[in-house]
Design a protein. Structure first.
Length: 361
């Protein structure tokens, strides 16, 4: 497939991808000038991208629109015949939806916590297990490479990984996930203390490899894998062993637009987007009209342009239906100056990729 793709303007971005059947309405008003159809994401010093790969199937909406009627109960007047009476209001119940995807759900299955899994994205980590079953995936800069935080809620894969360590950047991302189950391999003493403090303060539940959950992790050296790129675990196993009685789902991270709603006038054609983290890692998302998703390609130390197609262990192409690119500032981490720390609390520009279009937000 040919993919001459646009590149984002500086500064360097992080990313979130999402899969599913509805599109998120991105927060904030659309900017006046959308990016050209062929631009490149290049980072200025001290800034980088956060990629949010959103697992919803509809396009992301950039301007403000009314929430779909099913997002909240609606009161309607009852109609009667015969003698006039005061009509009693009738409440139409909301349709249950998975909060991270906007897809309809079985209400009985919703009341479980999100599992946030730190996943290796070094050149030696591919292919990944379970990435295509994640509701959302964050991609953040670490030391010389990027790393994923995969959010599992609506699907429960038996094998996920390779699991790696956490960073200080992760802590602020947990705040809107309603005490997620944190799956990680460990960290430096400073980050480990931050995670312990976050658990004490009710921000998360630590079920990492260095915890009572250690027995639910395993090493797999198949296909020449070596530590630290070979640690795996199971979503159903961890849930069964460590979900607490008071655990519950997060609030929706996006407002989801109705299926079939038109994109805003600010949407421009975008055959793809290149995200250059400036770390020897170059990511491309190319719109695939057959899959109705954004095929991911990653050029790095072990994968040339010809081998850059990003697939999971089953050989399935990673192709999120929506990609949200947020521009963040990175600073040296106070607990470990070797690590960059993303400043993710506040406002800033971004780009939503959806339905083959790019929308500034």
């Amino acid at each position: 497939m040919s993919h001459a793709v646009p590149t984002l303007p500086s500064p360097r971005p992080p990313v979130v991808r999402q899969r599913g059947a509805r599109r998120p309405i991105a927060p904030g008003a659309s900017r006046a000038t959308p990016p050209p159809a062929r631009t490149r994401a290049r980072a200025a010093a001290g800034a980088a991208a956060l990629l949010a790969l959103v697992a919803v199937g509809c396009a992301a909406k950039a301007d403000t629109v009314a929430a779909p009627a099913t997002d909240a109960p609606t009161t309607i007047a009852a109609t009667t015949t015969g003698a006039p009476t005061t009509a009693a209001p009738t409440t139409v119940p909301a349709i249950p939806m998975w909060p991270l995807t906007g897809q309809t759900a079985d209400a009985a299955a919703l009341n479980i916590p999100v599992m946030a899994v730190k996943v290796d994205n070094s050149p030696w980590a591919r292919p990944h297990a379970g990435i295509n079953q994640a509701d959302q995936v964050y991609e953040l800069q670490v030391e010389g490479i990027t790393r994923f935080m995969e959010l599992f809620h609506s699907q429960q894969p038996d094998r996920i990984g390779p699991v790696r360590s956490a960073r200080s950047s992760d802590l602020d991302l947990f705040a809107n996930l309603h005490r997620p189950l944190l799956v990680w391999s460990g960290g430096n003493p400073g980050v480990s203390q931050e995670v312990a403090d976050a658990q004490t303060n009710g921000l998360l539940q630590d079920i990492g490899h260095v915890s009572p959950a250690e027995g639910d992790y395993y090493r797999d050296n198949a296909n020449g894998r070596q530590a630290p790129h070979n640690l795996y675990t199971s979503v159903p196993k961890l849930r069964a062993d460590f979900t607490q009685p008071d655990a519950g789902p997060p609030a929706p991270m996006f407002t989801f637009a109705p299926v079939g709603e038109a994109l805003p006038a600010t949407a421009v054609d975008a055959p793809g987007m290149t995200i250059d983290f400036g770390l020897g890692v170059r990511i491309e998302y190319v719109w695939d009209d057959e899959r109705k998703g954004w095929d991911r390609f990653q050029v790095d130390e072990q994968h040339s342009r010809a081998k850059s197609s990003f697939k999971d262990e089953e050989g399935v192409q990673v192709a999120p239906e929506n990609v949200v690119i947020l521009y963040l500032h990175y600073e040296p981490d106070p607990v470990d100056g070797r690590s960059p720390k993303a400043i993710s609390v506040g406002d800033g520009p971004g780009i939503v990729l959806t339905q083959g279009k790019a929308i500034n937000v």
